[in-house]
Write a protein that binds this ligand. Structure first.
Ligand code: P6P
Length: 324
């Protein structure tokens, strides 16, 4: 099956009407991720897994590699004349590149970086939207994404990508080439695996509490089957598992994060993951509506994220529907 990303994109342009410039944007992002992969593999030796000594717009302590990753994305994106805007988790404001291109990239250059010093899988998450460079609309709902994806820096380095109709996966080979490894990922509708940070149980709303309680009850409870729980603390790792074998990932609104609108960011975490999961046959909700239909009001807006196997997401939605 292996087929280089460049060949796969060229075939999509030739046979499926993929916009040539959009395919170029993906090649640019893929090159940034390939460069970052090489740096991450050697970071412990280079002494780069520590703190950078300042905080980002999210109020989070930045790691050296957060800054390095963001700089790598800026370097690569600036070289592509079709990309005029970068929204990054690591930048307070949108960065207007010197280009007059008609594409905007929203990204989390290194998601899960708090895991770096423990060598856990981390990732780069990205979303591509169309903009008028003269008057760019930064606050578009996820339904307007042209492409979305992530790189997962784990035992293998994966690039998972969608333009809408399907979700595909490439793996970085030892020559630095992305090779097609999965040509159509499908999230099974049913699953016995859920991912949530159970240390937050005291903050949960009734719907979340009921859902987890039902899962813990297993065969003897209303779910009527046994569940297992996984929580990596790195969204890319959890979502990759769900795309590979099913499951559900929950970071709901709770009594503590309610004041900030949730934990995960809409433009460059929730929306791209929602597009990937839906393109693979799964569902993506805030508990009160489809993630992709949320109208952003800020580039760093946070939102509740409940995504994965359709049957599981529907159980959660039914519990929210009963909640006042
Ligand atoms: P918690 C990493 O910081 C992140 O943004 C996601 O990758 C991850 O799923 C989540 O936060 C983990 O949050 O509250 O469990 O540390």
């Amino acid at each position: 099956m292996s087929q280089p990303l460049a060949h796969w994109l060229a075939a999509a342009v030739a046979n499926n009407g993929l916009d040539l410039n959009l395919s170029g944007v993906i090649e640019t992002i893929a090159a940034a991720c390939a460069e970052l992969s090489g740096i991450l593999r050697l970071a412990p030796i280079a002494g780069q897994t520590g703190l950078a000594g300042h905080t980002n717009v999210q109020g989070e302590a930045q790691k050296q590699l957060d800054v390095i990753s963001n700089d790598i994305f800026i370097k690569h994106l600036r070289r592509n004349a079709d990309i005029s805007i970068l929204v990054s988790e690591e930048l307070d404001e949108a960065l207007h590149l010197e280009n007059q291109g008609r594409f905007m990239v929203a990204c989390d250059p290194l998601d899960g970086s708090s895991n770096l010093d423990t060598n856990v899988t981390v990732g780069s998450i990205f979303s591509v939207l169309a903009v008028d460079p003269a008057n760019p609309d930064l606050l578009q709902p996820g339904t307007r994404q042209l492409a979305a994806g992530y790189a997962a820096y784990g035992p293998a380095t994966s690039l998972v990508l969608t333009f809408g109709p399907s979700t595909v996966c490439f793996t970085l080979d030892d020559t630095g080439t992305w090779q097609l490894s999965h040509d159509a990922l499908v999230v099974p509708a049913s699953s016995g695996e859920y991912a949530i940070n159970t240390a937050r149980e005291r903050f949960w709303d009734a719907a979340t509490t009921d859902y987890v309680t039902q899962n813990v009850a297993g065969e003897t409870g209303p779910a009527g089957k046994r569940y297992n729980m996984r929580w990596v603390g790195s969204m890319v790792a959890d979502i990759h598992r769900i795309l590979m074998r099913g499951g559900i990932f929950l970071y709901p609104l709770d009594s503590e994060n309610l004041k900030t609108g949730g934990r995960l960011r809409l433009l460059y975490e929730a929306n791209p993951m929602a597009m990937l999961i839906e393109a693979a046959g799964g569902s993506a909700t805030t508990g009160r509506g489809r993630i992709l239909e949320v109208q952003p009001d800020d580039i760093h807006q946070r939102v509740a994220v409940i995504v994965g196997s359709k049957d599981e997401v529907e159980r959660v939605n039914a519990l929210y529907a009963r909640q006042p």
